[in-house]
Write a protein that binds this ligand. Structure first.
Ligand code: ZN
Length: 154
């Protein structure tokens, strides 16, 4: 098990776009394992690869009371449709310790991604999973929760 250092918001890497993962990339299994170890050690429910310093489009999610099969892995995730309905949720981020901000997001998102074994998958996410996926996909695009709030509120 390898718990890696989480990249803080002071690091410019968090502002870079992550690159799509190719099907030939054999390093993703080990990367995912490190991401899960790091996320659990930090007590988080979601992590993007850039948060441990790897600019690849990989996300791990493990929500309390979530998928009974365990953690969910999303490779090259993209939102292909989002609901018009939006809701505000108070979000934190492992890269911004102690910061909590209200973020307004669509309540439902349709996400296309690849599984760890390379299968093309889609998911209609709602509730906490929808919030978490949007938060982590933001990371893949160099976006942080503090970008979603007005300066007055922050
Ligand atoms: Zn985050």
């Amino acid at each position: 098990m390898t718990v890696r250092k989480i990249v803080s918001s002071l690091n410019r890497m968090l502002r870079q776009r992550s690159q799509p993962v190719s099907l030939e990339d054999r390093t993703i299994g080990a990367l995912v394992k490190d991401m899960l170890d790091t996320m659990y050690a930090a007590g988080g429910v979601g992590l993007a690869a850039v948060q441990i310093g790897v600019l690849k489009q990989v996300i791990v999610v493990d929500l309390p009371g979530g998928d009974p099969l365990g953690p969910q892995i999303f490779i090259n995730p993209e939102i292909i449709e989002a609901s018009g309905e939006q809701a505000v949720f108070r979000e934190g981020c492992l890269s911004l310790p102690g910061v909590m901000v209200n973020v307004k997001r669509p309540t439902h998102v349709h996400v296309r991604y690849r599984s760890l074994d390379g299968r093309a998958c889609e998911i209609m996410a709602h509730g906490l999973l929808a919030i978490c996926l949007q938060h982590e996909i933001d990371h893949l695009n160099g976006v942080l929760i503090t970008d979603h709030v007005s300066p007055e509120e922050f």
